[in-house]
Ligand binder design. Structure first.
Ligand code: SAH
Ligand code: MG
Length: 196
């Protein structure tokens, strides 16, 4: 059964330290998707397909998820997981670096989930905004990065990621076309709706 298979996928990913979406973050996103069923979702960072499989349940009829992953073995495992759970008609995996893939895509997406290299978030945001449908919503995971982003912390090998996440949040907040909230669930979740 679908839910049992999904539980096994989650368990294996956790055992292998693959950074899949945390339960509280997933719950917040699922509640938003229930209110407003998306037809097209873009995900940046598939890993083994866990979050995409979870989101696929909330798609509108005939809806589709495009999801991008650069690691070959993860793409293979995601394909397998999508088959096992029977959602292969709803999820389209694009293998490649999102920095190269995104400029080749054409919108519109009702939801964009940003969950890949933190240092690239400002670029991912620019591309997400280009393809976001009116009233569309962007979710971005890990935006508080273990609390580093909102602290005065800047001596770390990850300081470029932290700097770029700060820039990403500042851009979200200063954009008049967006209504933005930052939640402290999981590793930090940004939610931005396009209001004009
Ligand atoms: N969304 C998944 C977890 C994604 S983890 C879930 O919740 O189930 C982040 C993934 O993004 C990793 O698998 C990593 O290989 C991929 N990634 C990181 N930077 C990327 C990039 N620039 N282009 C494509 N994939 C990237
Ligand atoms: Mg994440």
């Amino acid at each position: 059964m679908y839910k049992e298979e999904l539980a096994k996928i989650k368990q294996k990913a956790l055992e292998e330290h693959i950074p899949i979406i945390m339960d509280d973050t997933l719950e917040v996103i699922e509640n938003k998707l229930k209110e407003n069923k998306p037809n097209k979702i873009l995900e940046i960072g598939t890993a083994v397909g866990y979050s995409a499989i979870c989101f696929s349940e909330f798609l509108d009829e005939n809806g589709i998820i495009d999801t991008i992953e650069r690691e070959e073995d993860r793409v293979a495992e995601a394909k397998e997981n999508i088959k096992i759970t029977g959602v292969q008609d709803k999820i389209n995996i694009i293998k490649g670096d999102a920095v190269e893939v995104l400029p080749t895509l054409k919108g519109l997406y009702d939801m964009v989930f940003i969950d890949a290299a933190k240092g690239k978030y400002p670029f991912f945001l620019k591309e997400a905004l280009r393809m976001l449908a009116p009233n569309g919503i962007i979710f971005a995971d890990n935006v508080l990065y273990k609390g580093y982003v909102l602290s005065d912390y800047n001596k770390h090998k990850q300081r470029t990621a932290v700097r770029n996440l700060r820039e990403f949040l500042a851009e979200l907040k200063s954009d008049d076309c967006l209504e933005t909230e930052i939640l402290e669930v999981g590793d930090g979740l940004a939610i931005a709706r396009k209001i004009k």
